[in-house]
Design a protein around this ligand. Structure first.
Ligand SMILES: [Zn+2]
Length: 418
């Protein structure tokens, strides 16, 4: 394996010379405080996880300086990493960030002395740039509904907040008064669609390959089948929305937001399973049950998945059910979700496609992200050599897609008759 070190890497020697921090393979020592590696590529300091990749090159240990800076900040220093000029600099943190629920929505307040703000709006995020000032944070976790998280980037003499909107975020407005910028996010009002709108969600994508087995990547099979399902449903006259239509990374929040904003009637997520048992095979259809969960738990899930995708983490989310919960988190409309799951599952089995592993309920912690009946189909096992061959064949994919579309249609017709 040939390794190219990007310009964000610095040797531990250089780091010691510039910042005085001591970086070892198992810990970081700074100002008498210790942060320990508890994961391959992340350290823990005062219960907070900081990604910190390390690599040996010859006899020198290198770490990512841009990842080290936020850790040093928390350990009591004032070091910032200038990602544009690729150097450490010392600054005085002067930005304050406040967030919280307010009437009819959510408010984010950024205060910066003599702050010069600029805003860039995008579909699922909002970027706030503050000139010449620094904040003592690297990543801020939101409430999960209005704001999923805020990424903080130091660039040259500016600080950038990339605010990733949550699944319940609607329109937003901004105002600047003196040193303070207010962002008000309205609660999302899903519009009522006249025709039946179906969201098809191909699991994973982009840097998130999903399960890998026998040389196949889950994301590709998911997408291939999802596209076929969408095509069939469109031909039948339904309005279909895909959360992704190519090999692209889409966060769980963004998927839920796409669905919620469209006023869709149902949500079907398509995945492939994986197991340590190489012989495990067959289809499972999940609906997710309502189970009370604390906000901390929610944050943990988000953080786990973010770590997993951002750092190439493995192992944090391993068990099948947890995997699925990491894949899709929702809880509303339990009964309808159950019926939809049953309908899809039965149709697929009636078409004699595969082994029946049942309609299952994932009953752990679940979030209320997707506000409509929703299910998750595990088409089969990527870890089963025979089954994955089938799963990746055009003919079998078309069969599966037909069965899923049929199951959806049967469910919709049933609902209409009520
Ligand atoms: Zn998956």
């Amino acid at each position: 394996m040939f390794l190219i070190l990007s310009t964000h890497w610095l040797s531990t020697g250089e780091i010691k010379r510039i910042t005085g921090a001591l970086v070892y393979t198992n810990r970081v020592i700074y100002r008498g405080k210790v942060a320990r590696y508890r994961y391959e590529d992340a350290v823990v300091f005062k219960g907070q996880i900081f990604p910190l990749r390390k690599v040996w090159r010859g006899r020198k240990l290198y770490v990512r300086a841009d990842q080290l800076a936020p850790l040093l900040l928390q350990m009591g220093g004032n070091w910032f990493w200038d990602s544009e000029n690729r150097r450490f600099f010392k600054g005085k943190p002067t930005i304050r960030l406040l967030m919280g629920r307010s009437k009819g929505g959510y408010t984010i307040t950024v205060t910066a002395q003599n702050g010069k703000f600029s805003l860039t709006k995008a579909e699922d995020s909002l970027v706030v740039k503050v000139r010449g000032l620094y904040g003592k944070f690297w990543k801020v976790v939101g409430d999960g509904n209005y704001v999923s998280f805020i990424r903080v980037i130091q660039k040259r003499r500016n600080t950038e907040f990339v605010i990733h909107l949550g699944p319940q975020a609607g329109t937003y407005s901004t105002s600047i008064r003196g040193d303070t910028l207010h962002i008000f996010i309205n609660k999302l009002k899903p519009r009522k669609a006249k025709e039946t709108v179906i969201v098809i969600d191909p699991g994973h994508g982009g840097r998130d390959a999903g399960a890998i087995g026998n040389g196949y990547k889950e994301k590709n099979i998911n997408l291939a089948v999802a596209l076929k399902v969408a095509q069939i449903l469109k031909r039948k006259g339904y309005k279909v929305i895909l959360t992704r239509s190519k090999d692209r990374y889409v966060s769980l929040y963004a998927r839920a937001r796409i669905a919620n904003r469209s006023g869709a009637h149902l949500f079907v997520s398509i995945h492939c399973n994986a197991s340590k048992d190489k012989n495990a095979r067959g289809m499972e259809t999940y609906f997710l049950s309502e189970s009370r969960t604390s906000a901390e738990r929610a944050v943990a899930i988000l953080e786990n998945s973010a770590l997993k995708y951002d750092l190439g983490f493995s192992g944090a989310i391993n068990e099948p059910v947890e995997n699925i919960l990491g894949d899709l988190l929702q809880n509303l409309l339990l009964e309808q979700s159950y019926e939809l799951a049953l309908s899809i599952h039965r149709t697929a089995l009636n078409m004699a496609l595969t082994e029946d592993r049942g309609v299952k309920q994932a009953g752990f912690y679940v979030l209320k992200w997707v506000m409509m009946p929703s299910v998750l189909v595990e088409l089969g096992f990527i870890t089963n050599r025979k089954e994955v061959k089938r799963l990746s064949s055009e003919i079998y994919q078309r069969k599966l897609a037909k069965a899923i579309a049929k199951g959806i249609e049967v469910y919709i017709e049933k609902q209409k008759r009520r």
